[in-house]
Design a protein around this ligand. Structure first.
Ligand code: L34
Length: 283
């Protein structure tokens, strides 16, 4: 039987710390502000953005939402980001992904001032992470690391396998595990012997985006299993990339979906926004 690492609990702790620091900033006349841009009406994005706004209210940040119509042009979106870049009361800017197909995600990310890039998606922040000299870590991988740390799980020397190589999760996740001295393998759709590679992992991170992709035969006895996926199963129920019922008996630790990595993503966003506010106020 695995121990459950509750994203609900760990994220509540992170948010409580952020809230406390936010109150200390108030005494200095500083109130962190986050601007969230959402383009179109993807229902999942709507839920995530609402959760981000709720978290801002809870920790004491100002949050501004910019809900733009599906047919927003590249120029309009870039112009809004430009305005927010020069708005002093906004410390963090986030453009919820995915964007509608006609918009150029890369150009949008590039337009966000690296100082306000609380997703840490801008190439300059990505480069900083690569060399270990950063202010912000991308929220989802940072949230996974926080869950690992919350249980005192040692990463150094461990065989870490990340399934998925996206710029948002897989690649930075591998880098953060490497920073903690893990021996890291990244798997993807072209990986040969995926099952064997995964079954050798002490720490297995699933970021594939396919429901119940990780089955029991891919998991070593006693492995730590972190599930980044948020999918809907055949009954429309939220589920992760891991077949939880089958894998849970084999793992030593496992994260649930929902209530796992998702809430951690949001908590780490709060942490990054606080950090952005401190940096921009030269604290
Ligand atoms: N720019 N785009 C940008 N930054 C991000 O950090 C994200 N991400 C991912 C999608 N696009 C993004 C998020 O915010 C995924 N993500 C995210 C955020 C929150 C939750 C899930 C994904 C979340 O709150 N999950 C809840 C359940 C939500 C539900 O009911 O559907 C959970 O318990 O997992």
């Amino acid at each position: 039987m695995a121990k459950l690492i509750s994203g609900k609990e760990v994220s509540a702790k992170v948010r409580a710390e952020v809230k406390e620091e936010c109150e200390a900033l108030k005494a200095k006349g500083i109130r962190p502000g986050l601007a969230v841009i959402i383009v179109g009406d993807d229902p999942a994005s709507r839920v995530y953005v609402n959760n981000k706004k709720k978290a801002c209210a809870e920790v004491g940040f100002v949050s501004e939402e910019y809900a733009l119509p599906e047919q927003t042009s590249q120029e309009e979106l870039i112009a809004l980001i430009g305005e927010l870049n020069s708005k002093p009361e906004i410390n963090g800017i986030l453009c919820q992904l995915p964007l509608p197909k006609h918009l150029d995600e890369k150009a949008v990310i590039n337009a966000i001032s690296p100082m306000k890039d609380v997703d840490a998606f801008h190439p300059s922040n990505v480069g900083r992470i690569m060399i270990g000299d950063y202010h912000f870590l991308p929220c989802t991988p940072a949230g996974v690391m926080e869950m690992i740390k919350s249980e005192g799980i040692e990463v150094a020397g461990k065989n870490c396998v990340v399934i998925g190589r996206s710029n948002i999760v897989g690649k930075p996740m591998a880098m953060l595990l490497l920073h903690e001295n893990g021996t890291v393998t990244i798997c993807h759709s072209k990986t040969k012997n995926l099952k064997e590679v995964c079954a050798a992992a002490d720490i297995l991170v699933a970021a594939v985006g396919r429901p119940k992709f990780v089955t029991a035969d891919m998991v070593k006895d006693g492995a730590v299993v972190l599930d980044v996926g948020i999918n809907r199963d055949e009954n429309g129920k939220l589920c992760g990339d891991v077949d939880f019922a089958a894998v849970e008996p084999k793992a030593s630790y496992i994260t649930p979906v929902p209530g796992g990595v998702g809430p951690m993503t949001i908590a780490m966003l709060m942490k990054n926004t606080l950090m952005a506010a401190k940096i921009q106020n030269e604290l």
